[in-house]
Design a protein around this ligand. Structure first.
Ligand code: DX5
Ligand code: ZN
Length: 216
C-alpha cells in the first residue's frame, strides 16, 4: 500500500480555514488530521465541536481526529456526530482501552491508539488486534512545530514486528516533526501514515509539499 499523508489542520490559518481546507481537498493528501487538546492532558487548548463540524462540511476526505483529552469515553458519540471517521485516543488516558476501542467502532469509526514518546510498544501486546491504527507520537503532544524525536524510528520497527507477529492489519501513523527530510526513513521503517503540520503549512507551496511527502 502506498503511504498516506494526513496534514495537521492545527498549523492552518484559522481565520481563513476554508482556503486551507480547499487546498487539502485539491492536493494529494489522504486525510485531514484534526488535533483536539483539552488543556488538562496536554498544556494547550485547540478546537472543539463547532470547528470540527465546520471542517466536516467542506472536507472531501476522511477526518482523522486525534484526541489529547482526559476521559475520551465521555465524547465518543459527539465526535462521531461531528464527523470524525478515524478516532484515536491516547493509551495514557484510558483505563479500559479495550472497551473504549469497541465504543469507537460501535459508532462506525476506525479506532486508534496513540502512544506518547515515553510509552513502549509492548503495552500494545494484548490490544493490537483491536487497533485499526496506532499513532506514534514523535514529539511530546501539545504543539505543532516541535523537533522530531529520533527514537521513533526503532519504535516503528518494533511496532511493525508486533503487527506481523499478531497477524493484525493495523496502520502505523507517525505524528510530530515529520518533514521531507525524515519522511522516507519513516516509510522505510514501516510507517503507513504521515501527519505533517508545519512542514506543509509553513512551506512556500503547501500543495507541492504534500505531493513531495506523498512521492517520497
Ligand atoms: C502535536 C499534534 C500534531 C501537530 C504536528 O501535539 O498532535 O498533530 O499538529 O505538527 P508538526 O508536524 O508541526 O510537528
Ligand atoms: Zn496530532
Amino acid at each position: 500500500m502506498k503511504h498516506l499523508i494526513s496534514p495537521s489542520v492545527l498549523s492552518a490559518d484559522f481565520a481563513n480555514l476554508i482556503l486551507d481546507i480547499d487546498m487539502i481537498n485539491q492536493s494529494s493528501a489522504d486525510w485531514f488530521h484534526v488535533d483536539i487538546m483539552d488543556g488538562v492532558f496536554v498544556p494547550n487548548i485547540s478546537i472543539g465541536f463547532p470547528i470540527i463540524e465546520a471542517i466536516k462540511r467542506h472536507a472531501k476526505k476522511p477526518l482523522d481526529v486525534h484526541l489529547m483529552i482526559v476521559n475520551p469515553d465521555l465524547y465518543i458519540q459527539r465526535f462521531a456526530e461531528a464527523g470524525a471517521n478515524i478516532l484515536t485516543v491516547h493509551y495514557e488516558t484510558c483505563n479500559h482501552l479495550h472497551r473504549t476501542l469497541q465504543s469507537i467502532k460501535n459508532e462506525n469509526m476506525k479506532a486508534g491508539v496513540v502512544l506518547n514518546p515515553h510509552s513502549p510498544i509492548h503495552l500494545l501486546e494484548d490490544i493490537i488486534t483491536e487497533c485499526d491504527v496506532v499513532l506514534l507520537m514523535s514529539v511530546n503532544p501539545g504543539f505543532g512545530g516541535q523537533k522530531f524525536i529520533k527514537n521513533t524510528y526503532s519504535k516503528i520497527e518494533t511496532l511493525k514486528n508486533l503487527i506481523i507477529r499478531k497477524n493484525a492489519s493495523t496502520l502505523i501513523e507517525v505524528d510530530g516533526g515529520v518533514d521531507i527530510h525524515n519522511a522516507r526513513k519513516l516509510i522505510d521503517c514501516g510507517a503507513d501514515v504521515l501527519v505533517a503540520g508545519n512542514a506543509v503549512f509553513k512551506a512556500k507551496n503547501p500543495t507541492e509539499m504534500i505531493q513531495q511527502l506523498k512521492n517520497c
